[in-house]
Design a protein around this ligand. Structure first.
Ligand SMILES: [Fe+2]
Length: 179
């Protein structure tokens, strides 16, 4: 239970928001590590384009993790930023693709962004009822992440607007379809 929080917010409400934010902090920490893993493991024809496209995403997502962690502290709770916190907070599995082509990683990364953005939107929905200031932070982040997902999808899109890996249920399936 927090001993202080932002003005105009009860400590009970602040604790609820901080609890939701902790899960998003672990998701952001997992995402920037996953993006670096892709940056290091991508091979093949479009190597340099994808390798270099990923780094600005890493920087942005690391910045978002910092913002969310500091919001948790502002609300009077303690943000957990350790590897163990990522492991215990996450309901998803570790990124499953190793050395692979640009297309395969992008197919799998599209699914990563799909899951992440859906969960960020769920958090917006829950937090919006309690704290519009935190909601505003998450809305801004989601807009940028949706743009990055479009960058990823644009590599996999046909001229008729179809995605090669459409309907894939897991990262490996998406990678196989996109490769
Ligand atoms: Fe690098």
């Amino acid at each position: 239970m927090s001993k202080f929080t932002a003005p105009g917010l009860s400590t009970d409400s602040a604790d609820k928001v901080a609890g939701i934010l902790q899960e998003r902090l672990s998701a952001l920490n997992d995402l920037h590590l996953t993006l670096k893993h892709i940056h290091w493991n991508v091979v093949g024809a479009n190597f340099i384009g994808v390798h270099e496209m990923i780094d600005p995403q890493v920087e942005l997502v690391r910045g978002y993790a910092d913002t969310v962690a500091e919001r948790i502290a502002t609300l009077g709770s303690s943000p957990k930023g350790t590897a163990k916190a990522i492991e215990s907070d996450r309901s998803w599995s570790d990124y499953s693709i190793g050395r692979d082509t640009a297309q395969a990683h992008l197919g799998a990364l599209d699914l990563v962004y799909e899951g992440f953005i859906t969960s960020h939107r769920d958090a917006i929905e829950k937090i919006g009822k309690i704290d519009p200031i935190t909601e505003d932070v998450l809305i801004g982040q989601t807009a940028e992440l949706e743009k990055f997902q479009w960058f990823v999808r644009a590599h996999l899109e046909s001229y008729t607007g179809e995605l090669k890996h459409s309907g894939a249920s897991g990262e490996k399936e998406a990678a196989d379809a996109a490769r």
